[in-house]
Each structure stands twice: as structure tokens, then as C-alpha cells.
Ligand binder design. Structure first.
Ligand SMILES: C[S@@+](CC[C@H](N)C(=O)[O-])C[C@H]1O[C@@H](n2cnc3c(N)ncnc32)[C@H](O)[C@@H]1O
Ligand code: SF4
Length: 405
């Protein structure tokens, strides 16, 4: 995952926040692995095809950067790490032994909570039995697998190099290795998709028994194949009405199957805590939504520490050169103005069913019992009760509700 607070139904990406949240927000480490076998037609993440020769040196450099980052950003009193997320790109293109060395190195540098969540993103075509076993041996506790769709026509349009059978096989290998804390990513609003094929994809995903599902609305990014096709008038972007229909279909089907819709684009199995969050919610992403701090390692990675957001160079050779010279490969940074920070805080906090406690909402300048909130409650967009939290109908209109408040 990479920069900037996400639009309503787009992938959850790291974002800055106005100041250090309390320890209840957790503290994460995000590690970016910018290598892929092929480039999918919708994806603008920092990632490169080829570069086979740089993968292992890059894995070694990540640990060097971790040492520099801890010294620069977290001394003298490093927080306890509650989650590590190795994202991409395709982290499973690194040999599992390199991932194991990286995770061991992080454990040596930082205190990881005994129940720390350690997620690795994986692509179906890269997961066989040895990879799954290697991930489990490395101490990975959770895998996020990019399925996107189970329909041949949609997978072809997205230029995914796997079919539905390969997704099922990857899940089988992960389950056999004891990795049952599994998320599947899906995208809706894709070319070649209709209501029936989206429903079939949801059913096929559920049949594999994941404890977590992410369903993202297709966003058209300029610097992608889809972006170029749309700009040339050769492809139509997904219509809002269609996206709303697909979203509602996902809510009905996933909810009916017993998954809890805990964030705009995310569902997980329970049991549900008093906060409204299901047990299998992604703890790493919760830290982002609660505006907790996180370190960002790797080319193009973002981090948020001490109230400051910083990001690394995107180029792998530049990244390697900086780290080998003993410098952090920082490309830029910013500290948000209080008003912008408060708006971001509100927008992120309202993404999850946990929402914002009344005292927190008031600190951000929103009266949870004021006329705007009352009107949104009457319209069924905000949940009843003292907290400021969206209903499922409200999640679809997340941006509008935040602006209204
Ligand atoms: C950075 S990708 C890495 C996952 C992994 N490489 C894969 O493709 O399976 C994380 C997720 O973001 C989502 N994503 C990426 N670009 C998107 C876009 N333009 N619109 C909607 N979802 C997108 C996909 O669901 C993808 O699985
Ligand atoms: S969606 Fe995943 S596999 Fe496809 S280009 Fe992006 S990071 Fe790579």
C-alpha cells in the first residue's frame, strides 16, 4: 500500500494525522516491496516488472533502512510495534527466507507486541506449498491475497496473470500451512463485469472461507493502461450508479454470509467487540484509520511519526544508493495545518464502524449531538448513540457525510 487518504471505496492507504494518537491506536511498520511479474491495467502503485537482480539486494537494504529509521525517528523511546505489513508490489516474489530475515531483523530492532499482526500481501500465482510454508515459518500471521475477480473475462481485462483455479490453489496452500487469517482483495466496477458476474465473484470468494474480504471500487488512475484508455475515449470509467449497485450487492451478500462490514471497503468475521469491530478486522489498517503512527520502509513507502508524514524515493536504484551510503532515502515530508489535520482525522475516523468518541469528535470541531449530526442520524446515515459513526448506508456516502459534518 502507499500514499494518501483514500476516496470512499478505494484501497485503504496510509495517511498522515494531526498528532500522535494514543497507544490504543497501535504502532505499525509498513514495508514496501516494489516488484511485480507483470503490471495490471488499473494499478499505479510504486512497483516495477523485471529487476530480478535487484530483489535480494533490496531485501537486505530494507533491514539497513530499518536501522536508520529507528535511530532517526523512534529513539530514545521506540513504541511497541503492534503490526507489520509487508505490501507491494508482490512481496511473495522475495524468497521466504529473505522475508524471514527481514522480520527477524525487525524483531531485533524493535519490540513487537506478543500478539503483533504480521501481514504479507501475496499474488495467487506466486503462492505454492513451499512459499506458504516459508511464510508460516517466518512468523507471518496473516496473508492478504489479491484475487480481484473469479471471472475469466474480468481477470483478462485487468491483465491478471492468474485464473480462478489458481486463487483456490493458493488459498489451499496457505490453509494447509496453517495460515488461516486470510484476506481476499476484490475489485468491482471492472470492464467485462455485470451484476451477475460480480455476484458470482463474491460467492466464489466466500466459498474459499476467508476471514476477511476487501472489496474496492475500481479507480481510474491516470498513469495506468486504463487511465490512458479512458483519456483516449476508448474505455468508459465505471458509473457511480453501477458502483453503488455493486457495493449494495456486496453488503447484502457478505452480510448475509455472516461477515461484518466494519469499514467502507472491508468485511471480516466476528465475534464483534463493544467497539463494533469484528475480531478478524485488519489491525494494521485500523492503526491508519485511527491515525496511529507507523514507520515506512522501502522505495515509495510513506510513514507517519511524531506528527510528520514523510515518503521515500520511488526509484529502486536511488533507494539502494541512499541506504548503502547510510542515509535514509527520504524524498519529502509534510506536517499538516491543524484544520487540514482535523478534517483528515474526521474522514479517517468515520471510515470504520468504530467511528469517533464524542470527546474526540468535539476536539475536531464537530458536535456529535449538534444539528448536522442529528439530521444525518434522521436520514439513516449516522448510527444512533453518542459516538459519531456511519451506518452501512452512510459508508456509501462517506465523503458527503464528512463534508456535511
Ligand atoms: C497494491 S495492491 C497489491 C496486491 C497484490 N500485488 C495483488 O495484486 O494481488 C493492493 C490492492 O489494491 C487494490 N487496487 C490497486 N489498484 C486499484 C485500483 N485502481 N482500483 C481499485 N483497487 C485497486 C487491489 O485490490 C489490490 O489487491
Ligand atoms: S495490482 Fe498487484 S500485481 Fe498488479 S501491478 Fe499492482 S501491485 Fe503488481
Amino acid at each position: 500500500m502507499s500514499p494518501a487518504p483514500s476516496p470512499a471505496a478505494a484501497p485503504a492507504r496510509p495517511a498522515g494525522h494531526p498528532g500522535p494518537a494514543g497507544p490504543e491506536a497501535g504502532f505499525g511498520v509498513y514495508v514496501h516491496v516494489p516488484f511485480c511479474l507483470t503490471r495490471c491495467s488499473y494499478c499505479d502503485f510504486v512497483t516495477y516488472t523485471g529487476m530480478e537482480g535487484l530483489r535480494r539486494p533490496y531485501a537486505a537494504a530494507l533491514l539497513l533502512e530499518a536501522e536508520l529509521a529507528v535511530a532517526e525517528r523512534l529513539r530514545p523511546d521506540p513504541p511497541v510495534v503492534t503490526s507489520v505489513f509487508v505490501g507491494g508490489g508482490t512481496p511473495t516474489l522475495l524468497p521466504p527466507a529473505d522475508l524471514a530475515r527481514l522480520l527477524d531483523g525487525l524483531r531485533g530492532l524493535l519490540e513487537l507486541a506478543p500478539d503483533a499482526e504480521i501481514t504479507v500481501e501475496a499474488n495467487p500465482e506466486t503462492v505454492d506449498a513451499p512459499v506458504a510454508e516459508g511464510l508460516a515459518r517466518a512468523g507471518v500471521t496473516r496473508v492478504s491475497l489479491g484475487a480481484q475477480s473469479f471471472e475469466p473475462g474480468v481477470l483478462a481485462a485487468l491483465e491478471r496473470p492468474h485464473d480462478a483455479h489458481r486463487i483456490a490453489r493458493a488459498v489451499g496452500h496457505l490453509h494447509a500451512a496453517g495460515l488461516r487469517e486470510l484476506n481476499l482483495d476484490l475489485i468491482y466496477g471492472c470492464p467485462g463485469e455485470d451484476a451477475g458476474s460480480w455476484t458470482r465473484t463474491l460467492r466464489a470468494a466466500l466459498a474459499l472461507g476467508p476471514v476477511h474480504l476487501s472489496a474496492y471500487a475500481l479507480t481510474i488512475e491516470r498513469a495506468t493502461k486504463f487511465g490512458r484508455l479512458v483519456a483516449a475515449g476508448r474505455m468508459r470509467p465505471p458509473e457511480d450508479d453501477v458502483l453503488a449497485d455493486r457495493y449494495e450487492a456486496a453488503c447484502a451478500l457478505l452480510g448475509g454470509a455472516g461477515l461484518h462490514h466494519y469499514e467502507v471497503s472491508n468485511w471480516a468475521r466476528g465475534p464483534v467487540a463493544a467497539s463494533g469491530l469484528p475480531a478478524h478486522a485488519s489491525r494494521h489498517n485500523l492503526t491508519y484509520w485511527r491515525r496511529g503512527g507507523y514507520l515506512g520502509l522501502g522505495a515509495g513507502a510513506h510513514e507517519f511519526t511524531g506528527g510528520e508524514r514523510r515518503w521515500n524515493v520511488a526509484s529502486v536504484p536511488e533507494y539502494l544508493a541512499a541506504v548503502r551510503a547510510g542515509r535514509r532515502p527520504t524524498a519529502g515530508g509534510e506536517r499538516l495545518e491543524p484544520a487540514a489535520a482535523a478534517f483528515e482525522h474526521l474522514a479517517l475516523g468515520l471510515r470504520t464502524v468504530e467511528g469517533l468518541a464524542p470527546v474526540r469528535a468535539r476536539a475536531l470541531g464537530v458536535d456529535p449531538a449538534g444539528p448536522a449530526a442529528a439530521e444525518l442520524r434522521a436520514a439513516g446515515l449516522l448510527a444512533p448513540g453518542p459516538r459519531l459513526a456511519l451506518t452501512e448506508a452512510g459508508m456509501l456516502l462517506h465523503g458527503e457525510v464528512v463534508t456535511r459534518l
